[in-house]
Design a protein around this ligand. Structure first.
Ligand SMILES: CCCCCCCC/C=C\CCCCCCCCCCCCC/C=C/C(=O)SCCNC(=O)CCNC(=O)[C@H](O)C(C)(C)COP(=O)(O)OP(=O)(O)OC[C@H]1O[C@@H](n2cnc3c(N)ncnc32)[C@H](O)[C@@H]1OP(=O)(O)O
Ligand SMILES: Cc1cc2nc3c(=O)[nH]c(=O)nc-3n(C[C@H](O)[C@H](O)[C@H](O)COP(=O)(O)OP(=O)(O)OC[C@H]3O[C@@H](n4cnc5c(N)ncnc54)[C@H](O)[C@@H]3O)c2cc1C
Length: 674
């Protein structure tokens, strides 16, 4: 049944799929990685980090108790952190390890089926030191944090407030007598809640608190706070800290709670890049823009687009490979059972996941470059591009995390019953990615931030004022006629822009009507929020479609003909899919006819068939090592049934022929002696 390929025994259906693939897989890997150089560097990092076998567990994480799981995750985090400080730092070209390398972050996934308790240290504590400290503060804290002499987290959310940062209750009151801030948690709802690593791992954290000085509140500001002894790790007096308990995912991240009882920290521990408190208690605002203290969140939102693209690539790899080896049903009685990948409905579930992973990956690179440009301008004191970037990063974070979570779940559906096994790898991916829709700004809340920007941009367009690049399409919103439908890629993208413009126009019109009818501006806004969220979503889809298309055209300019074809097919599939998902909107805001939509559906179905022979090649091109997939269903060799059985046999339940539960409960009940 099986055949050997590069010394590996490969399932024959997978081998057949690979033989059928008509494009150069490595070329597509380079596109996904952002160039051949990046692929080579990634592979080197993976070789060093993974070939030693240090990422492997003798017993699967899923069979450990919560305490064992946590301790194992700390053990492996320390191994990985040491690698990052030594051999990996050099390989990734970083002067000091960590913060800018998504490859290092992704490689870490081989070590953790859930997440590392150090994630917040590297993902938010270090970036906050880099983004919110003065140069003097940074020169003190950054080397210690990068060297992991101290480990930190980001404690902003409280029991009572996560979204509404201005509503946080923790106070930091300046005492000029001692030149200290007094941190205090005045209520139960003011307890910090959720910060990753806080429960047991970290000894420092960034605490966001309401700053009071000279009797006046100046709003929320970040402070660096020691919470545990650097030697004994015992919580310091005045600190109440612990772990918050089991969650859907993140169970190796010891998310924690934290309360302060008049806990004192030195004045210098306020992060003073954007605002300062002088020795006498005078408050000095330094930043030109009021929201710069939200900078770490913006950074993580940008990173998350890349993060979810990677996780979606993993889920689609698992589901497509499994669908190639799985045979089920007999539509043609004289033929063998087909691979489930041959069912068009299966292709409909899966190919959009592959295309979305590409779309989000390319958008994330583009977003990162835009972010770097905004940061460079801000260094020169210019914050003009920040509002547009905040609107953009907010909607991309919301839509990328939401789409990825939905599509990962769809990949699970595509794997039938076996997809429900933890060993398939998909449940852990889903649990991780579904949290990204909530944290770092909930989906609805972030889309409403984008909507705020869209409405302002619409009013500018109405007044014939200049528009920023991502909303320049709004200038055409006042032609009075519906956008002309045309099913070319550019035509579909123009239609998506017309939807976003049309929906924004409807929101503005309705809000104005409501205000004329007597509602306040706030109430008129509130009553329109369902439509505002829809407008922001439409805007984001137009941005993703436009960016994906432009980037793929640019990146395949010198590709071989078949790579160009398959990349074009995927992009077109993405556009057709979303046009068909939004037929009602297209009928409202463009000239599309019923016949156009029927034709589009046929074209979409034909496209699925064209992509079908290359499906396994496309997921192979993500080049995800088995160690990263953690999957019985998705491994490169396709030995699915063998792996499922091997994993089942590892279950501690199979250690004894008869369970203790038999003599304790079953037998007495069956014998009528309970
Ligand atoms: C070593 C072992 C292995 C380790 C393995 C790791 C290896 C690592 C290797 C490398 C590391 C690389 C890095 C890896 C990173 C990996 C990923 C990181 C994952 C981290 C996991 C994170 C876990 C979760 C953390 C959190 O959730 S932290 C808490 C986040 N909280 C939020 O996001 C709260 C959301 N709320 C808000 O943002 C705001 O409150 C608000 C909703 C925006 C409203 O704010 P408010 O002040 O009330 O403003 P408004 O009145 O609404 O608006 C006024 C005005 O301001 C504008 N505005 C708002 N925000 C911003 C902004 N951010 N920037 C600019 N402008 C902003 C807004 O638009 C308004 O403008 P206008 O008045 O002009 O309309
Ligand atoms: C796994 C995980 C890890 C986390 N890690 C950290 C961490 O390390 N550090 C940290 O500080 N925080 C962390 N968080 C907290 C996270 O940032 C918050 O949970 C998140 O920002 C959402 O805030 P909330 O929980 O207050 O939700 P809420 O704001 O209470 O949201 C509940 C519902 O109300 C809706 N809603 C709220 N406000 C509005 C509004 N204005 N308009 C319309 N609808 C609204 C939301 O859309 C949502 O549906 C983590 C959370 C999770 C799940």
């Amino acid at each position: 049944m099986t055949q050997t390929n590069n010394n590996m025994t490969v399932n024959p259906d997978l081998a057949m799929e690979r033989a059928k693939c008509n494009f150069n897989v490595l070329e597509v890997t380079h596109i996904f990685d952002g160039g051949e150089r990046n692929t080579l560097q990634r592979k080197k990092i993976e070789d060093v980090a993974l070939n030693s076998g240090a990422s492997k567990d003798a017993l699967g994480e899923e069979h450990m108790s919560p305490k064992e799981k946590y301790e194992n995750a700390v053990r492996k985090s320390c191994i990985y952190a040491t690698m990052m400080k030594n051999e990996l730092a050099e390989l990734s070209g970083l002067e000091s390890f960590g913060v800018s390398s998504p490859v290092i972050r992704r490689t870490a996934d081989a070590f953790f089926k859930e997440v590392s308790p150090f994630l917040l240290h590297l993902g938010m504590f270090v970036p906050t030191i880099m983004g919110q400290c003065t140069p003097e503060q940074q020169s003190y804290w950054l080397p210690r944090a990068l060297d992991m002499q101290i480990i930190g987290t980001y404690a902003q959310t409280e029991l009572g407030h996560g979204t509404f940062i201005r509503g946080l209750e923790t106070t930091a009151t300046y005492d000029p007598e001692t030149e200290e801030f007094v941190l205090h948690s005045p209520t139960l709802s003011s307890y910090k809640w959720w910060a990753g690593g806080l429960g047991k791992t970290v000894n420092y954290c960034i605490v966001v608190a309401q700053l009071y000085t000279k009797g006046e509140c100046h709003g929320t500001h970040p402070f660096i706070v020691q919470i545990r002894d650097e030697d004994t790790h015992v919580p310091l007096p005045g600190i109440k800290v612990g772990e918050i308990g089991p969650k859907m995912g993140f169970n190796t991240a010891d998310n924690g709670f934290l309360g302060f009882d008049h806990y004192r920290i030195p004045r210098e521990h306020m992060l003073m890049k954007n605002a300062q408190v002088l020795k006498d208690g005078t408050y000095v605002k330094v930043a030109r823009h009021g929201k710069l203290t939200y900078g770490t969140m913006v950074f993580v939102r940008v990173v998350l687009v890349n993060e979810v693209a990677f996780n979606l690539a993993k889920a689609s790899t698992i589901a497509v490979r499994y669908s190639a080896i799985r045979r089920q049903s007999k539509p043609k009685p004289d033929e063998v059972e087909p691979q489930i990948l041959d069912y068009v409905t299966q292709q409909h579930k899966l190919f959009i996941a592959i295309a979305t992973a590409h779309a989000l990956q390319l958008c994330s690179t583009w977003l990162w470059e835009s972010f770097s440009a905004v940061l460079a301008q801000m260094k020169g004191g210019n914050t003009d591009t920040l509002p547009e970037f905040h609107a953009l990063s907010s909607c991309l974070k919301a839509i990328s995390t939401s789409d990825s979570a939905h599509l990962i779940e769809q990949c699970r559906h595509a794997c039938g019953g076996h997809g429900y096994m933890i060993s398939s790898g998909i449940p852990n991916l889903y649990n991780f990615v579904s949290a990204t829709r909530t944290y770092e700004g909930d989906y609805t809340v972030l889309l409403l931030q984008t909507a705020r920007f869209l409405v302002k941009a619409y009013e500018q367009a109405e007044a014939k004022k200049p528009l920023t690049p991502t909303v320049s399409y709004l200038a055409h919103a006042f032609s009075g006629s519906r956008a002309t439908w045309d099913n070319s890629p550019d035509g579909i993208i123009r239609s998506f822009q017309a939807l976003a413009a049309g929906k924004t126009a409807v929101c503005v019109t309705n809000m104005r009507k409501r205000m004329r009818a007597g509602l306040s501006q706030v109430d008129a806004w509130e009553m329109s929020t369902i439509q505002l969220v829809a407008a922001a979503e439409a805007h984001c889809r137009a941005v993703i479609a436009d960016t994906y298309r432009k980037e793929i055209v640019r990146l395949t300019a010198n590709s071989s003909p078949n790579v160009k074809v398959v990349m074009d097919q995927l992009t077109t599939l993405y556009l057709y899919y979303w046009a068909l998902e939004r037929t009602g909107d297209l009928l409202m805001f463009t000239s599309v006819s019923q016949k156009d939509l029927v034709d589009l559906q046929i074209a979409y179905e034909e496209l699925l068939l064209k992509i079908r022979p290359n499906a396994v090649g496309l997921v192979d091109a993500f080049d995800l090592r088995d160690e990263l997939l953690h999957s019985t269903l998705g491994s490169y060799d396709g030995r699915v049934y063998e792996r499922l059985m091997e994993e089942a046999l590892k279950s501690p339940m199979n250690k004894e022929p008869v369970s203790d539960a038999y003599s304790k409960y079953l037998r007495p009940m069956m014998k009528g002696k309970l």
